[in-house]
Design a binder for this molecule. Sequence first.
Ligand code: FUL
Length: 699
Amino acid sequence: MKKALLLLCFFCIITSVSGQKKVKSPEPFGPLPTQKQIDWQEMEFYAFVHFSLNTFTNKEWGYGDESPELFNPTNLDVRQWAKVVKESGMKGIILVAKHHDGFCLWPSAYTERSVKNSPWKNGKGDLIKELAAACKEYNLKLGLYLSPWDRNRADYGKPEYVTYFRNQLKELLTNYGDVFEMWFDGANGGDGYYAGANETRKINTLEYYNWDETYKLIYKIAPKTLVWGVGPSEARWIGNEEGRAGKTNWSLLRQKDELAGKVHYTEFMSGHEDGEKWVPGEADVSIRPGWFYHAVEDDKVRSLDEMVDIYYESIGRNATLLLNLPVDRRGLIHENDQARLKELVSTIKEDFKKELLAGTNITADNVRGNSNEFAAKNATDQNRNSYWATDDNIKTTSIVFEFNKPTTLNRIVLQEYIKLGQRVKAFNVEAKIDGKWKNVANETTIGYKRILRIDKVTASALKINITDSKASIVISNIQAFNAPTFVRMPEIQRNKSGYITMKSEESNSVYYTIDGSNPTIKSTLYNGIFQYDKAVEIKAVAINTSENISSAVKTAKYGASKENWKIVTASSGDLNSANHIIDGNPNTEWSFGGDSNKLPQEIIIDMGSILNINGFTYLPQQVGNNLNLISNYEFYTSLDNVKWTLQSQGEFSNIKNNPIEQVKTFKKDKARYIRFIAKSAVGKGSTVSIAEINVIETL
Ligand code: FUL
């Protein structure tokens, strides 16, 4: 025993000059964040702005041949952006300075393809300069996105372009003050205008840009800038454009493997437990389906339910959240987006209104050197620099919080002191209910921040058990809250024959309207499947009647039902399951093409009667890992299945990263038959799938 104590003294306790006993801090473990990465992580929530020629051409990716003269916002006000962002508690704005079409929002000295050749401010404007000033005024940080891919440049693919790219980087990083994050998108190479060549150019991303040199240049001129994305970056993409991190999320990455092309992007959601470098995840997502503004998406702003989930699955899962606000043609953040943001912020504020653990009786079964400096209560003192730590050899431990009286809670926040590395591999949570411990959560990593949403419990005590860790345990924060009950919106589905079903969480009732008015508890109560096969807008709410809390309003719009639609022909595939693409169910799909059936492949549908249409939608396969996405298409209509009119053709831009419903509009026309041709697919295969095809009807 004596020997053990002596050893403990030897390892943990040193005697300071003043003679007082001081316990040594834990040694850092594994890859560590730089101070720049810690400051960045602590920003937690910041905005993305996509605003460029695409805003005016209604595209997601410009081809590179669009005229700069199209850039003509009527009421551009970057201070409005900054105000909205600031009021939402976000800490910065990353602006897309140049997207894939090569148009620059600043008057670059190296190209004519910029705001200087647009009507905006008679070519005298500089959007980056304006935004930098607005950020300063609102105490926000400025970040910039410079697309490595440029579909306009004649020299794209040659060494000269890399020089051009670096020259632009220099401009951006020297002329506009500090840039907190530099964003390099992974979309690189493909077809484009390339100054009239109109061809496909493939490059090897890892070699072409010589990222090592490019990064050296950045750090030389802008050491405070954190670099995100391709190359030996300091933060990583989270592997999807839905703003969702993995439940397990290491801030570590085997970056060497990544740079050798050996890491699949789906691994980014969770990082690598054995990664050799600190490369934390950033979850990016747009508040609307697309990254750029499209008027047709004004009523497709992500629901509050979705936004709240995104918050908890990004910031609550050890990632930062980069939320895109697509600025509209006026040059403003749209009212609908602002309203949703307000709802999100007030929901989150309410969720974390009153902390419940600070006043409790706290005991931990191990405290480093039994010292005050590393005491359990440090986890509730709201000081991000103090922490509760265990002795070096302790990798499993428990901490208990005893309430004065039974307390109701449903949120738990945990944070490791990441300056010393990310350590915890597994933990669980128990609540003492009526004198008995009950397990309420089994989890894995913590990292900078982990937030748990658990079912409401009323407990006399709460216990966190760290059950596995890479090294001793170092926790800077543990909190609990009782968030108001959140009633999720109902789901609405209509099948091919016009039968409508609505679903809500257990024990909530659903009320709906079909006349466009907002539903309340006085509207029609849904009590089972019913048929309504005409064009209709259904609005529904779920109501928790015992607490009298209502969900947000769910709106579903339908054209006349597809009861009379028929698949006429398809160039290949199992025709029996072709009906999946007109069954109204987004979760079933039909695949065609494939090895012996090369692309293009096509399908012809008879809509049963002549309709006035001015567009179509293609919903890609939604379920599964291999979505068999279509990248280029042609869409024809006909009155007689003989004479066809080409109504729309082109690409489904960015469908690989963001496989949302694709909406294509054209001039109103009468049609009975539609013909959809899949010209090319994402990736190498020639199998393509469709979950749903719809037409947009008009009067
Ligand atoms: C993607 C790009 O291709 C999109 O257009 C968008 O900029 C998004 C944030 O990154 O990969």
